[in-house]
Design a protein around this ligand. Structure first.
Ligand SMILES: [Zn+2]
Length: 156
C-alpha cells in the first residue's frame, strides 16, 4: 500500500517535469481505480489528472502534455470509447424519455418526446465522443495500470 505523502510528492515532481524517470520507475503514480475513473469523468488525463488533453471537441492529443502517457494503448483502442458513448446515449435517452413521461403524465406529448429522443441520439455522440474517450481511458487504467513503456519521453 502506498503512502499518501509519497504519492503526492511524486505527483508534484511529475507534474513539474523535473524527474520524469522517477515517474516511470515507480508505479506509485498509478492512480487508484476511483481516481482514474474520476479523472476520466472530469475530462482530465486519467493517469495524472493533467489538463490540455483535448486536440478538438472529439480528439485527444497523442500523449498527455503533463505526464506523457500515451492515450492509445493498443490498436483499435477507441472501440471502448464507442461503447462508452453508446452507454451515454442510452443514459441520456432514458432520462429524457422516462423523465418526460413522469413529468407530463397522464397527458404525455409523445411526438415531442420522440423528436427530442431522435435529436438526443444524434447530438450526444457528436458532442460527447471526446469525453467518452477520457472516460474509457479512465476505466481502462482503473483495471489495467499504465506500464512504463506507455509514457512517451522521446518527443518531449
Ligand atoms: Zn497525464
Amino acid at each position: 500500500m502506498r503512502a499518501r505523502v509519497a504519492t503526492g510528492a511524486i505527483d508534484v515532481i511529475c507534474s513539474l517535469h523535473l524527474v520524469r524517470e522517477l515517474c516511470l520507475v515507480s508505479d506509485s503514480t498509478s492512480p487508484s481505480r476511483v481516481v482514474a475513473l474520476g479523472r476520466g469523468l472530469a475530462g482530465r488525463c486519467p493517469s495524472c489528472g493533467g489538463r490540455g488533453i483535448f486536440a478538438g471537441l472529439n480528439d485527444l492529443v497523442e500523449a498527455c502534455p503533463t505526464c506523457r502517457f500515451s492515450f492509445v494503448r493498443e490498436e483499435g483502442y477507441w472501440v471502448g470509447a464507442m461503447i462508452v458513448i453508446m452507454a451515454l446515449v442510452l443514459i441520456f435517452f432514458g432520462i429524457w424519455t422516462v423523465g418526460g413521461i413522469l413529468v407530463t403524465w397522464p397527458d404525455v406529448p409523445w411526438t415531442p418526446l420522440l423528436v427530442g429522443g431522435i435529436v438526443l441520439n444524434l447530438v450526444v455522440p457528436l458532442a460527447l465522443y471526446g469525453w467518452s474517450k477520457t472516460i474509457w481511458v479512465g476505466l481502462d487504467l482503473a483495471f489495467n495500470p499504465a506500464r512504463a513503456e506507455e509514457f512517451r519521453l522521446d518527443d518531449g
